[in-house]
Design a protein around this ligand. Structure first.
Ligand SMILES: Nc1nc2c(ncn2[C@@H]2O[C@H](COP(=O)(O)OP(=O)(O)OP(=O)(O)O)[C@@H](O)[C@H]2O)c(=O)[nH]1
Ligand SMILES: [Mg+2]
Length: 248
């Protein structure tokens, strides 16, 4: 199967080339699928796209999509997912951060579960063996844990990590049935993850959580903010009480 690793970037010039090299090195350990990288850059002013372009001739499996401007993580992923399916013929795709917080070595573990028949494989920080960064301040740890629990409780989800940004989605029967246009997604930013997770489970996806250790950022700055927390509450509210949900 063709599997595309989608990496959204905004000002990740310091890390993106190392991320690409490490992901490509892992591809060499996966023989039974055709693997590619798609970087979706929010027109970063720091030269992220230039760094990606410099890598493209070294590997023949990298594509770069440049948005007009930074539009939010959800918008970047939706553009990337559509491009991966329509232009790159992806049978599955993986959401992967460009700041080295996800370990490229875990990519083959996600793909192994796709091969075992799962449709939605979540790199989970909240199953035995998973972890969040030790160095996070206590309030960030608490917020991450409580946020996930709140989403699980309110939306009656079977999953434990409900805000993970490292996951694999099967296209056939799932992605192609998702309400994915820009006007139908409930959040343009980080909270898009909650909406997609909810929809995948509603579609009956076979879901597997595998433990991952979420790493520290190795450079650059976070783009998540308090607004993302507020928006997450809004998405949970909409899904729980079926408010503001655009018709399909
Ligand atoms: N194209 C694009 N990429 C984005 C946008 N927002 C974030 N990203 C990228 O998406 C990935 C995840 O964003 P982060 O800011 O690291 O979010 P996070 O991992 O939840 O937060 P931290 O743990 O603080 O790093 C990174 O590679 C970012 O560069 C955006 O609006 N557009
Ligand atoms: Mg990050």
């Amino acid at each position: 199967m063709k599997i595309v690793v989608i990496i959204p970037t905004y000002n990740e010039q310091k890390t993106i080339t190392r991320v690409i090299d490490a992901v490509e090195a892992e591809f060499l350990n996966i023989a039974n699928h055709e693997l590619s990288i798609l970087v979706v850059d929010g027109n970063s002013p720091d030269g992220t796209a230039v760094a990606v372009r410099a890598k493209m001739p070294m590997y023949n499996n990298i594509e770069l999509l440049i948005e007009k401007e930074k539009r939010g993580l959800g918008m970047a992923y939706i553009a990337g997912m559509k491009y991966a399916v329509e232009k790159m013929d992806a049978g599955a795709f993986i959401e992967f951060d460009g700041d080295f917080q996800h370990d490229p070595k875990d990519i083959k573990r996600l793909i192994a579960e796709l091969d075992n028949g799962y449709d939605y494989v979540i790199g989970s920080r909240y199953v035995p063996g998973g972890a969040i960064p030790q160095k996070w301040a206590w309030y960030r740890k608490l917020l991450s844990w409580f946020g996930g629990w709140f989403i699980k409780f309110m939306l009656k989800l079977p999953t434990n990590d409900n805000t993970s940004g490292f996951k694999l989605t099967r296209v056939s029967g799932f992605f192609d049935k998702l309400p994915l246009s820009e006007d139908k997604i409930l959040s343009r930013r980080h909270a898009y993850k909650i909406h997609l997770l909810y929809e995948m489970i509603r579609l009956g996806a076979r879901v597997k959580e595998i433990p991952i250790k979420f790493l520290e950022r190795t450079g650059g700055a976070s783009k998540s903010s308090w607004e993302d927390i507020q928006e997450s509450l809004g998405v949970v509210w909409s899904l729980r009480w079926k408010k503001n949900i655009p018709k399909r």
